[in-house]
Write a protein that binds this ligand. Structure first.
Ligand SMILES: *Cc1c(COP(=O)(O)O)cnc(C)c1O
Length: 393
């Protein structure tokens, strides 16, 4: 048996260094990283401000546990509250842990309101919320659940975007609705503002909890700090992770006061969550993302990239590429051939991307990319497609 259990099958490339949107191998080969470690390296690799913040914290204090007050937590929580719908924050180490916290808080709310029989959540086809028992139970995805049963019988899955199906699935045991405003693993599916507004209305009418999973689409990825901002409504609970750590493992569960008032002393906890190192980096990420003009840049560069990608899609529409989808710098290229074949060919051309379901290739570049990086990526996609369609040989 391999000493690393073979849950992943990485290619034979060893990255030893990263700089901005580039990854370098030992021998000095340079890859343009439009995967950003699955939307995690939000400010690119080794961003000077993150490196500085982490080094400074490393020289000062690493860990005390939540048995003691952690200074960076208050700063980061205040800033997340100030810049979102939320009134309170619980810090975690990962996305799944942030989602789990939210799922617990949704139940706790219904319990606190005197409706303990409400424990089920409506979830959506194509969703991905993590790999814990509770979070895999939210999906029907064979790959995630096979051999891990019995799962939690607490989730009712309906088609993404189907408001009538949501309404029909609600019963007297329903506690709330859990949705990614933009599905990541499921194939970069963007929920329409109308759909999210419809969910909000259902939740308001029936005293249900609306919970968003912005682990992938949050922290500037779609061109606003949080993807829900495009919809004009707010959730009650929101999980974030990936981008907020910029490569340092961390997450958070944000809640409004309606939910937060039931998250009381001793009701939930974590050993590592919110540790000083994570807080230092999270605050540094927000320093950059909240700078004047940063989100605007994301919108400009992503519009440019969408236009350029559409040109490439038109060029190879006959045989290779179906469409460009997504929001901001959370972009999907739907392919007509096996997406893995395209992904590998792009990698041969030294462009890193991420596969998703529904034959989609995800482009999740660091949020700091410039037009030059966008052009470089598009040129690589063009060259890879030319080779795949035969006229490059
Ligand atoms: C990645 C992801 C998760 C799980 O995060 P982990 O840090 O891997 O536990 C949950 N939800 C969404 C939408 C994700 O993209």
């Amino acid at each position: 048996m391999p000493s690393i259990l073979p849950t992943y099958a990485p290619p034979d490339i060893d990255f030893v260094r990263g700089e901005g949107p580039y990854l370098m191998t030992e021998s000095g080969e340079r890859y343009l990283d439009f995967g950003a470690g699955i939307a995690v390296a939000s400010l690119g690799h080794c961003h000077p401000k993150l490196v500085e913040a982490l080094k400074k914290q490393a020289d000062t204090l690493w860990h005390t546990s939540n048995m003691f007050r952690i200074r960076g937590q208050k700063t980061l929580a205040d800033r997340l509250v100030e810049n979102s719908f939320a009134d309170g924050v619980f810090f975690t180490n990962s996305g799944a842990e942030a989602v789990e916290a939210g799922l617990k808080f949704a139940r706790r709310f219904q319990w606190g309101e005197g409706r303990p029989e409400r424990y089920r959540m409506i979830t959506f086809e194509g969703c991905f919320h993590g790999r814990t028992i509770a979070t895999i139970s939210t999906t029907g995805e064979e790959k995630l659940i096979k051999g891990f049963g019995p799962l939690l019988d607490a989730y009712d899955q309906v088609p993404f975007g189907d408001l009538e199906a949501v309404a029909a699935a609600i019963g007297h045991e329903t506690a709330g609705i859990l949705i990614e405003p933009v599905q990541g693993e499921g194939g970069i599916r963007v929920a329409s503002p109308e759909f999210l507004q419809g969910l909000r209305k259902i939740c308001d009418d029936l005293d249900l909890v609306l919970m968003f999973d912005e682990v992938q689409c949050g922290i500037g990825r779609t061109g606003k700090l949080f993807a829900y901002e495009w919809s004009g409504i707010t959730p009650d609970i929101m999980a974030i992770a990936k981008g907020i750590g910029g490569g340092f493992p961390m997450g958070a569960c944000l809640v409004n006061d309606k939910i937060g008032k039931y998250v009381t002393l001793g009701s939930h906890g974590t050993t590592f969550g919110g540790n000083p190192m994570a807080m230092a980096v999270g605050n540094a990420v927000l320093d950059v993302v909240l700078e004047d003009g940063f989100l605007n840049n994301i919108n400009e560069i992503s519009q440019y990239l969408h236009v350029k990608l559409n040109e490439v899609v038109n060029k190879y529409h006959n045989s290779l590429l179906e469409e460009v989808i997504g929001k901001g710098l959370m972009i999907g290229l739907r392919t007509k051939i096996d997406n893995k074949d395209v992904l590998m060919k792009l990698r041969d051309h030294k462009l890193i991307t991420v596969a998703a379901r529904s034959n989609v290739i995800r482009l999740l570049p660091p949020l700091i990319i410039t037009k030059e990086h966008a052009d470089e990526a598009v040129a690589k996609i063009d060259a890879a497609c030319a080779e795949l369609s035969g006229d490059g040989q």
